[in-house]
Design a protein around this ligand. Structure first.
Ligand SMILES: [Fe+2]
Ligand SMILES: [Fe+2]
Length: 464
């Protein structure tokens, strides 16, 4: 593969002139979008970035200084498996789909567009953050995440152009036209319309919302539509770094807060109090739970039956058809929580959400370990999965963070205990002053345990 091709790829793009031309036509539009909506104020700076150049587990990435608009956004799919089969659903065991099956065309396009829409949305949400970076190391990580979300957009646009003809091309254009938080042309999913305008938001976003991405991509990596499965498998490789940024970023905030708690009043000392960290967790965790879709969902059943979207690590299960299985779901009936049996296929959003919650709990355990190591008894936790939901079974009802059904009035009265208030947000924003000297770090966060790829923290990750 040639890094200096116009569109680096491992899909033999030059062997498909029509597709190559279509993507080369989309490229300048993408670059216009990137310049308009990508990181504001840093487009001409040299950033120490990794660029995907291959999909092998070794040496898939190349590190160098790059100006972001010159980043080699490429198209990389994991190698095809010979004799790939549909791994679940009604067509279990049949040959995998190499083209879009006509009867699933609309569903598949919707899945790809919805995933694709999240990628540029997050870049838009984060475009102002560079101006308030806590260190050059963090600034570089932000930009790494941003350019890779751009590449993930490319990954989905490749599928739209390559497999959906005219309407795929229209959808690819529309992906560059919607804007995060714009009331007239918002992004598709609500978490991607929420502002992400301070670094505590950014770390919570990459911890919780990028982690939703991991689970969606994992379910799509099982897809019987081979090109989608192979694309998502490689995206997961990059996604791991995004979650690392969020997980360790919050961990470093917790560490610094713990240090300051032992010295005195955290706010007076210029740190972020633990209860504000907790509220940000509550906010982003609950919005990210919504991204999995309704608890009881005919779409999830249809996607599974069709072999389009599987479960997380489908291999861990014996039965890949689950035609008659039931799932016990907590539902709200007559202002009470009741358990109800629903067909498992209709509960697959909830099954995937359960995997996600267990993964998030591990993050909480890591942060609590930091508190223990600092000699503190305070603990962070995940709120109930029923709390503050806007999608699915629990939307339209009010719960406290311990799953208790409460009245709307009580929720309104108490929500400032659980969710960031205007004052909290303003306080956090007041701490966000850029620190751009190599080796220096803002007061509200601890430095990382190590730099990037064996380089020291003091390295000049971005040349300003
Ligand atoms: Fe992504
Ligand atoms: Fe990501």
């Amino acid at each position: 593969m040639n890094l200096y091709e116009r569109i680096p790829n491992n899909v033999n793009l030059s062997g498909d002139m029509k597709l190559q031309r279509a993507l080369e036509k989309w490229l300048p539009n993408f670059l216009d979008w990137w310049r308009e909506m990508g990181p504001d104020g840093f487009q001409e700076k040299d950033v120490w970035l990794r660029t995907a150049i291959d999909v092998g587990s070794e040496g898939w990435a190349h590190f160098d200084y790059v100006k972001m608009p010159d980043y080699r956004w490429g198209i990389f799919l994991e190698p095809a498996e010979p004799d790939a089969k549909v791994g679940f659903g009604d067509n279990y065991g049949r040959p995998a789909y190499q083209e879009v099956p006509g009867e699933f065309r609309n569903s598949l396009r919707r899945i790809i567009v919805t995933q694709g829409d999240t990628e540029p949305a997050s870049v838009e949400q984060q475009r102002e953050l560079g101006k308030t970076c806590p260190s050059l190391y963090d600034l570089r990580n932000l930009f790494q995440v941003n350019v890779e979300e751009g590449r993930h957009l490319w990954a989905m646009v490749y599928l739209l152009h390559g497999y959906f003809g005219r309407d795929g091309r229209d959808e690819a254009e529309a992906l560059l036209e919607r804007r995060s938080g714009n009331p007239d042309k918002p992004r598709i999913l609500e978490a991607f319309n929420q502002p992400c305008d301070d670094w505590l938001n950014f770390f919570a976003f990459t911890m919780f919302t990028d982690r939703d991405g991991k689970y969606q991509l994992s379910a799509l990596a099982e897809s019987g539509f081979e090109p989608l499965a192979r694309t998502c498998r490689f995206m997961l490789t990059e996604e791991a770094h995004h979650m690392f940024v969020g997980d360790t970023g919050l961990g470093r905030v917790v560490k610094r807060t713990a240090q300051l708690m032992k010295q005195g009043d955290v706010k007076e000392l210029g740190g972020i109090p633990l209860d504000i960290v907790q509220k940000y967790i509550n906010f982003w965790f609950s919005y990210s739970l919504d991204l999995f879709g309704g608890e009881i969902s005919s779409n999830s059943a249809d996607f599974f039956a069709a072999g389009l979207k599987g479960r997380y690590k489908e291999d861990q299960y014996e039965d890949h058809v689950i035609a008659d299985d039931q799932f016990t779901m907590v539902t709200v009936e007559g202002e009470q929580l009741k358990e109800r049996q629903v067909p498992l296929r209709n509960a697959l959003n909830e099954v995937l959400r359960g995997e996600y919650v267990r993964d998030c709990e591990k993050g909480l355990a890591r942060w609590n370990k930091i508190l223990t190591e600092e000699g503190l008894l305070e603990r962070l936790y995940l709120p109930s999965t029923l709390f503050h939901r806007h999608v699915g079974e629990y939307a339209g009802h009010d719960f406290d963070i311990a799953s208790k059904l409460i009245t709307k009035e009580e929720f309104e009265r108490r929500k400032d205990e659980w969710l960031p208030t205007m004052d909290d947000r303003e306080y956090v924003r007041s701490l966000m002053k850029p620190v751009t000297e190599p080796g220096k770090i803002a007061n509200w966060i601890a430095p990382p345990a190590a730099g990037i790829k064996g380089l020291p923290f003091e390295f000049e990750y971005v040349k300003l």
